[in-house]
Write a protein that binds this ligand. Structure first.
Ligand code: HEC
Length: 185
């Protein structure tokens, strides 16, 4: 009996932490779906209305705003990042760099990019923070602005907006980057 009680005492805290991580993973995945959907809608609309030139404008002006909107709604930090970024504001921190490198390694071992995600509770400035990342695959439509060969005048416009642009040379199926979420516990 004592053994069973000790077992329960040990297990209960773990189950609740596991449950909490599970809950936070689910809510993160849900908000990412919303955020990705909002970005995709704007991109699609702009591409249909004015082609890639107008869509660059939309990505430049609306993407940070849409991220901020979703961050404000939840009180979490919601953003996009990548090993090679276009906007240096999206550059990864040390933890994100490690996770992105790990995503590349998992992809190399055969995992589908759509399924690459990682959740962890980390200590930051003396505070516990739940962090979550989900990989973003490169699709055909992305190549117009992130591919190896950019058509004119797309190239000139991207050069003008992003002189330090690294987010080029991607192929379909590559990991373009990842959604990243931080939630203070
Ligand atoms: C019309 C051009 C265009 C298309 C098409 C496009 N992007 Fe981008 N992308 C941009 C621009 C411009 C930025 C920089 C936005 C900013 O300033 O925050 C960007 C930034 C990003 C970022 C944030 C990280 C970084 O590099 O700064 C990710 C991730 C991303 N794009 C993924 C994609 C994916 C996936 C697709 C295809 C579904 C795609 N993009 C299609 C122009 C485009």
């Amino acid at each position: 009996m004592r053994k069973i009680l000790a077992f329960i005492a040990v297990c209960i805290p773990f189950t609740t932490v596991a449950d909490e991580i599970q809950d936070r993973k689910q809510s993160s995945a849900a908000i990412i779906k919303e955020f990705a959907g909002a970005l995709q809608n704007e991109l699609k609309r702009a591409m249909a209305e004015g082609g890639p030139l107008q869509a660059i404008e939309v990505c430049n002006q609306l993407a940070p705003g849409i991220a901020a909107q979703h961050s404000k709604k939840t009180g979490w930090r919601i953003a996009r990042t990548a090993l090679k970024v276009r906007n240096t504001e999206n550059a990864p921190d040390a933890w994100e760099t490690t996770v992105l490198n790990d995503f590349e390694a998992r992809k190399a071992k055969g995992e589908a990019v759509e399924n690459l995600a990682h959740a962890e509770i980390v200590e930051q400035d003396g505070q516990r923070v739940f962090r979550f990342m989900k990989a973003i695959p490169t699709a055909e439509v992305c190549l117009k602005c992130h591919g190896a060969e950019l058509a004119e005048p797309v190239k000139t416009k991207l050069d003008a907006y992003y002189p330090a642009d690294q987010a080029r040379g991607f192929n379909v199926g590559d990991i373009r980057g990842a959604f990243t979420i931080s939630q203070p516990m």
